[in-house]
Design a protein around this ligand. Structure first.
Ligand code: SF4
Length: 461
């Protein structure tokens, strides 16, 4: 029996773990502090409570999560590991390496001596790692850091940009500028990472009107933006929490949170602006409403926003709103859509298979860099390469080798997307194709003509 099918509908099971309590080098005025938690997390947030119970031990966190998924009948053969906790890059590297190795040990069911060994074992493990996500800040991103993240096996980076207005960033003491955020995104893209940005409306100094303009700056220059073009976005409306610096501004009458109606209207205004290549993961952070002093306390805001859009006769086209979900897919009716857009120093191609009713059955992100932005000594694999940053095919997460009628995952959509990407890269003059492969997907790519490089899987064109 599979009790909560929705969690694995995207074909992959997500396991969230938290790093140990640790300070963050930054001092954002809205960010909560609890000494029992890594910076910015509260002990009763989902996921955080579980980490606390397991004393932040990476092995125990992963193992207990896999066990509880198995107990309710979920497949656990494809795992996206989401490592949360303040700023990953602020932790010591020996801690980072040990943390990741122990997560792999839990997936592999046996302890390895080194991270490389744990990675190698995972290639044919019962629980394969198909994605590894960390969260960090724009000012921590540089080529050396990115090469290190690749060594750890990271494939996706979550980063707070929060606002694209330097005055608002300064007021909220973010400690970085818009230019730094844009430069970090450009480097992440050049290194092929999947990019998840956090954006916060209702910061100190913002108004619904300024937030609407700010949101547009995220996207392509053709839309009046700065070309950050995130692959996924988490919209985290500022929540007023006791004990924060922002709380004091509120006490002095210098800050007002938006009420639920204002926030719903604002989000309904910005959502239709989101391009088809982006996934909106969140429109609110999952903080228990008891912590919120004033302002919106509804955590079901996404439904409210969708209802408001329906009332307006509008629709959001983001990936999340178009995912095929549990609907059976007839491969003969799928159309291959090619969406091109300019994102900073690269041309991006979003290849997707869509159903006649515009549901998304799978997609691939191909990055065609205008020039090489990363040093050749650290990123030899990427010289002359077009980069596949993501391949994602939907369908109930199936056991390896199992097939399910109508499920998108096993009708060769991934292979078709890869072949089309190779063709487009060749046409654009690239001599090789690199893919940022999670450790547990190496065998998949090897079977499709890729060889293991230093930090990426490579196919000569
Ligand atoms: S960077 Fe993130 S974790 Fe650090 S203080 Fe700012 S919001 Fe909190």
């Amino acid at each position: 029996m599979r009790r909560k099918p929705v969690r694995t509908l995207s074909g992959v099971t997500t396991v969230t773990v938290l790093t140990k309590p640790y300070p963050c080098p930054a001092h954002c005025i809205f960010c909560p502090t609890d000494v029992r938690m890594p910076k910015s997390y509260l002990p009763d947030e989902p996921g955080a409570a579980r980490a606390f119970q397991n004393a932040f031990d990476p092995f125990r966190q992963v193992e207990s999560r896999i066990t509880s998924y198995e107990a309710v009948g979920h497949p656990t053969d494809k795992i996206e590991l989401l490592i949360l906790g303040g700023t990953w890059s602020a932790y010591r590297r020996d801690y980072q390496e040990e943390f990741v190795r122990r997560c792999f040990d839990a997936m592999n069911g046996r302890p390895a001596d080194t991270l490389d060994e744990a990675h190698a074992w995972n290639e044919d493990s019962e629980h394969r790692n198909v994605g590894l996500v960390v969260e960090t800040r724009p000012d921590e991103i540089n080529p050396t850091e990115l090469a290190w993240l690749r060594r750890l096996g990271v494939t996706k980076v979550q980063m707070g940009v929060q606002s694209l207005d330097d005055a608002i960033l300064a007021l909220n003491q973010r400690g970085h500028t818009t230019a730094q955020a844009a430069a970090a995104v450009e480097l992440l893209r050049a290194a092929g990472f999947k990019i998840v940005l956090h954006w916060m409306p209702n910061l100190l100094g913002a108004t619904p009107q300024s937030d609407r303009a700010d949101f547009l700056r995220l996207w392509e220059a053709a839309k009046g933006g700065l070309g950050l073009c995130p692959d996924e976005i988490k919209i985290y409306p500022t929540q007023l929490l006791e004990g924060t610096e922002l709380y004091r501004f509120w006490e002095r009458g210098e800050y007002r949170p938006y009420d639920t109606e204002t926030l719903t209207r604002l989000l309904a205004d910005v959502k239709p602006e989101i391009p088809r290549y982006c996934r909106v993961n969140r429109v609110i952070r999952d903080i228990p409403s008891t912590h919120v002093v004033e302002g919106n306390k509804r955590t079901s805001l996404r439904q409210d926003v969708l209802a408001e859009l329906e009332r307006r006769g509008q629709r959001c086209q983001c990936i999340r709103c178009r995912e095929v979900g549990a609907i059976a897919v007839n491969p003969e009716h799928l159309e291959l859509e090619e969406l091109r857009y300019a994102a900073g120093a690269a041309e991006e191609v979003f290849l997707s298979f869509v159903t006649p009713s515009d549901r998304l059955a799978g997609y691939l992100r191909l990055s065609l860099p205008h020039s090489m932005r990363l040093p050749a000594d650290l990123f030899a694999d990427l010289q002359g390469a077009a980069i596949i940053r993501e391949v994602h095919v939907y369908g109930q997460s199936l056991g390896v080798g199992q097939a399910q009628r109508g499920a998108a995952q096993h009708i060769g959509l991934g292979t078709q997307l890869l072949d089309r990407a190779a063709e487009l890269a060749r046409q654009a003059g690239f001599r090789r194709l690199a893919v940022i492969a999670a450790v547990g997907t190496r065998a998949y790519y090897r079977a499709r003509g890729f060889d293991t490089g230093d930090l990426y899987m490579l196919r000569e064109l």
